[in-house]
Design a protein around this ligand. Structure first.
Ligand SMILES: [Zn+2]
Length: 306
């Protein structure tokens, strides 16, 4: 499933995303990934677990769940591959290989203590796997969650820590990523999305409607460094969401996760920068790479502290 870029002529722009479970990349960054892939950038996804502990939505797939056949992880490898085909992303990998780190379940459940789970992983070892990918791909831009993992899931928190530690380790080994971003959603946009959902005035197949605070990573609007308009790729994002059928129910411009609460779909995706030189003013910029010089980083170049 991994297509290693031609080392002689890698794409000039290289974007690396670090996520916890299959489906998180599509919900958070699907339009961004589709847009940059279509524009010829190298888009590399590293997913930290197979999402084995996810709740299964379709009744016909219920037997896959961890408390039954425990084959959900294998199934989600296929869902992820199908979603990446919809987004045009060919380079997707699992941290340390498929199944190296198991889904830790929601915060506070017994699975948090599973010695093989991501929450129990040795940080430097896990981040070392990511640093290997960073040194191979040499991305200018790294995207992950905020320190709370967007909404407090242990695997999302750990993915953030691994991304930040991997960034440091890779810098020490010869490649400093130019910019590190955290996914975010400006409060006004999320509120407008829920207002639109309420105003749609039609019935939904979902049990209820989520609230603004149910959306991961909501921030004050001025925290946004980059807003990537992926409206032209909304169809790709929706198709990729449908590919994650065990986890996401899509209904027109709205969707629901296993809590069955309807949420608005967003084709503009937002980023808060935490490392590196910011894009040129005015902010928010429209491009994660704005102002960065094109071209592959020189081999063996030492990253300079910024
Ligand atoms: Zn997740």
């Amino acid at each position: 499933m991994t297509e290693v870029p031609d080392a002689a002529s890698p794409p000039a722009r290289r974007l690396l995303l670090v996520h916890a479970h299959p489906d998180d990349e599509t919900i958070g960054n699907g339009a961004t990934m589709a847009r940059y892939a279509a524009e010829g950038a190298l888009v590399t996804l590293v997913t930290c677990t197979l999402g084995e502990e996810g709740e299964v939505i379709p009744p016909e797939l219920a037997h896959l769940a961890a408390d039954r056949d425990d084959t959900l992880g294998e199934h989600r490898i296929g869902e992820l591959a199908a979603a990446m085909a919809e987004l045009g992303v060919t380079d997707h990998r699992f941290l340390g290989g498929p199944g190296r780190y198991r889904d830790s379940g929601m915060m506070g459940v017994a699975q948090n203590d599973n010695p093989g789970c991501l929450w129990r992983a040795d940080l430097d070892e896990a981040a070392g796997h990511l640093a290997d990918v960073i040194l191979e791909v040499r991305p200018q831009v790294l995207v992950t969650y905020d320190a709370n993992g967007g909404y407090g899931h242990p695997d999302h928190i750990q993915a953030h820590r691994i991304a930040m530690r991997g960034y440091e380790l890779a810098a020490g080994r010869g490649h400093r990523v130019d910019r590190v971003f955290e996914n975010c959603m400006p409060r006004s946009v999320v509120q407008a999305g829920f207002d639109a959902l309420a105003a749609a005035g039609r019935s939904f197949p979902f049990e209820g409607i989520a609230r603004v605070d149910d959306v991961p990573g909501v921030v004050d609007d001025e925290q946004v460094t980059v807003a990537v308009d992926g409206a032209a790729y909304a169809g790709h994002k929706t198709a990729a969401m449908r590919a994650h059928a065990s986890q996401i129910a899509v209904d027109g411009p709205f969707f629901a996760l296993s809590n069955d609460l309807g949420q608005p779909f967003f084709a503009v995706e937002y980023y808060h920068q935490v490392h590196g030189t910011p894009p040129p003013q005015p902010l928010p910029a429209g491009d994660l790479f704005a102002g960065l010089t094109d071209g592959p980083a020189a081999d063996g170049a030492q990253g300079e502290p910024r």
